[in-house]
Design a protein around this ligand. Sequence first.
Ligand SMILES: Nc1ncnc2c1ncn2[C@@H]1O[C@H](COP(=O)(O)OP(=O)(O)OP(=O)(O)O)[C@@H](O)[C@H]1O
Ligand SMILES: Nc1nc2c(ncn2[C@@H]2O[C@H](COP(=O)(O)O)[C@@H](O)[C@H]2O)c(=O)[nH]1
Length: 206
Amino acid sequence: MEHPGNLFVVAAPSGAGKSSLVKALRSFDARVYPSVSHTTRAPRGQEKHGREYFFASEQEFDAMVANNAFVEWANVHGKRYGTSKKGIQDRLANGEDVLLEIDYQGALQVRESFPQAVLIFILPPSWEELRSRLENRGEDAPEVIELRMKNAEEEMAQVGKFDFVIINELFESALFDLKAIIHAQRLKYASQRRLRGDVFDSLNLS
Ligand SMILES: Nc1ncnc2c1ncn2[C@@H]1O[C@H](COP(=O)(O)OP(=O)(O)OP(=O)(O)O)[C@@H](O)[C@H]1O
Ligand SMILES: Nc1nc2c(ncn2[C@@H]2O[C@H](COP(=O)(O)O)[C@@H](O)[C@H]2O)c(=O)[nH]1
């Protein structure tokens, strides 16, 4: 589907640091809109409905699937997560840049509907560091951490299907890489033509 906004998809195993990177990115770049997903998992800590996620019951999620309301959805770590069409289509159509923070299954589904989406994978620097980040975050029970570490093997095996890979070792360096990818995408001909059509027109460029 063609649309004027850029669509960025960031995937990573749980704990690699994608939420932290996207949050930091937003403090520099208000032009990129992070989509809020629906999930059947329970809220953690300070999470608020409509801010981190729309928390849905299994029945509510089933109804959205039946109504074809999702661009993508997947089972991740035993719960369901999905990106609603409503949340992103209008923004993209209005020329806004949208960023999805989702798992690899969802990312590959998004590519089917939006072939021009930019798929970015975040890797941790090591297995030890991934475990230590999950443990130090202090949000998940030990059995949940074990499940996420186990699932990370399958997730990381998908890295070659992505357009860009960022290794999140030093946070500032990974953030720089993320900003660079977004900036490069915005500098592409089609994006510039959409944003700066007046300049192209005045230069008599088509
Ligand atoms: N470069 C880094 N160095 C050290 N710690 C980091 C780095 N990046 C993120 N962290 C920390 O690692 C933990 C996990 O990060 P975060 O919650 O952003 O991961 P995530 O990939 O979004 O996980 P999930 O998919 O479960 O939401 C957090 O406590 C965060 O502060
Ligand atoms: N396919 C999708 N995956 C999603 C979506 N929203 C989040 N996620 C991924 O789920 C896991 C776990 O997240 P957590 O908040 O419970 O730690 C993580 O990999 C997210 O990226 C979505 O809409 N679709």
